[in-house]
Design a protein around this ligand. Structure first.
Ligand SMILES: [Zn+2]
Length: 433
């Protein structure tokens, strides 16, 4: 208590120095973001991961970190043509605690059409940086790296330490990326107390977690016949049509009536949903027209569920409806094939990482931080489930709405603000007393 009056001004001075260093690094932050965007790390298939890992490796080394590459040895997607290379930098002494981990994925989704600028040029115009990954989430990686750099340049000695990693494959589940680092013990509750993933929620929003996903196929099995005598067959496409109609009219209203406590954004995503991602019907193994009754139809479903819906109930509900449609007409047969399940994940209420980020948002932007949750999943699930690092959230620059869109962009001011917020949060979580 006696030293408090002396410490308070000292702490304020340190904070000012760190904020000033982040601001002074503005051009470097933009240049590094542009350099990241210029490496087209498109996933699928997972292009140029090695080159991007090398770029991040170099930058972390310049920031004085001990850096290592971690290839996803043993994973089937780690191939000579498309090696899955992650990179992780550690600051401070090996045993320093508490430790904060800043993690960003450097893969991006394919650019798609309708761009008015080159998606891989890293163009900066009117205070925004453009390109695939500008929002999701190469600007976030730059902000994380320069948050650590600003602390170092300000000469602040941390009590604990901050680690930074750049990882692959988040867009395809993160199994060769964050999940691999967690399984290898490189990220675990033994060596990590807090984690921040700079996914693009914007400079004043802290994302506490995400909804769950149940991805599955339903296959309708019919009976083929000549198309001119269709009464001799049983159409799998007609059966699928009946199932889709039942799901739309019976399950649809039920889902629309459920509302999550989790502050999912955008607002309509606070309710669970069922989307038909794809549908393929016709003769098994054929893609061209033929005069036959379809004996096979497969639909891929994407069910997003909220924490209030236990997964067993989510699945039972689907199974029950499929069985009811099957029983409604003789000759109908469906099978269900599960593809992937991710359970909803969220940081504990009152988590210090949420508190630290919220305070930092308030000091840097002057606005109250908004707590949100993500409609889709991201690597937080691996931190929580595999590594046991519960105090993990997403916080980073970039408008969420521009993720995966043509002309994706991020405001330079937002990248700098997020750099400052992450630096202040790091100081509160692991910094000087
Ligand atoms: Zn992302």
């Amino acid at each position: 208590m006696r030293s408090a009056p002396r410490q308070r001004p000292r702490r304020a001075a340190l904070i000012d120095r760190v904020l000033a260093e982040a601001e002074a690094a503005r051009d470097e932050i933009v240049a590094f973001t542009a350099d990241l965007i210029r490496i087209p790390t498109v996933n699928p298939p997972g292009d140029f991961y090695r080159e991007c890992a090398e770029l991040i490796h170099g930058r972390l080394q310049e920031a004085g970190m001990a850096v290592q590459y971690v290839a996803a040895e043993g994973r089937p997607e780690h191939t000579p043509d498309h090696p899955r290379i992650n990179v992780i930098g550690r600051s401070g002494d090996a045993g320093a605690r508490p430790r904060l981990h800043l993690n960003g994925h450097f893969d991006v989704v394919p650019p798609g059409d309708d761009w008015t600028v080159d998606p891989f040029a890293g163009l900066v115009r009117d205070g925004r940086i453009y390109g695939r990954g500008a929002s999701d989430m190469k600007s976030g990686i730059a902000a994380a790296v320069f948050a650590v750099e600003a602390i170092r340049r300000a000469g602040v000695r941390l009590h604990g330490a901050v680690d930074v990693s750049g990882t692959v494959d988040e867009e395809s589940g993160g199994f060769a990326g964050v999940a691999h680092l967690c399984e290898a013990g490189l990220i675990s509750a033994e060596n990590t107390d807090f984690a921040i993933i700079p996914e693009p929620f914007g400079p004043a929003r802290v994302c506490v977690g995400h909804r769950g996903v149940y991805w599955f196929d339903v296959v309708a099995h019919g009976h083929t016949a000549h198309g001119s005598m269709s009464h001799l067959g049983h159409s799998a496409i007609d059966d699928m049509g009946a199932l889709l109609e039942t799901l739309r009219t019976e399950l649809g209203p039920d889902l629309a009536a459920r509302l999550s406590e989790l502050p999912v954004v955008p607002e309509p995503s606070r309710r669970p949903s069922l989307n038909v991602n794809a549908i393929i019907g016709g003769q098994a193994g054929e893609t061209s027209q033929s005069p036959c009754v379809a004996d096979r139809c497969t639909a891929t479903f994407d069910r997003r569920f909220i924490p209030e819906e236990p997964f067993a109930d989510v699945r039972d509900e689907i199974v029950g409806l499929v069985k009811a449609v099957e029983a409604a007409e003789r000759g109908r047969r469906f099978t269900i094939e599960d593809r992937m399940t991710v359970h909803p994940t969220w940081a504990p209420r009152g988590s210090p990482v949420v508190t630290a980020l919220s305070r930092a948002v308030q000091s840097v932007t002057g606005a109250d931080a908004e707590q949100v949750a993500s409609p889709g999943t991201y690597d937080q699930k691996h931190f929580a489930r595999i590594a046991g690092v519960e105090h993990c959230v997403a916080y980073g620059p970039g408008p969420l709405e521009e993720a995966h869109q043509p002309d994706e962009s991020c405001a330079v001011d937002d990248i700098v603000a997020s750099t400052q917020v992450m630096a202040l949060a790091a100081m509160e979580l692991v910094g000087p007393p």
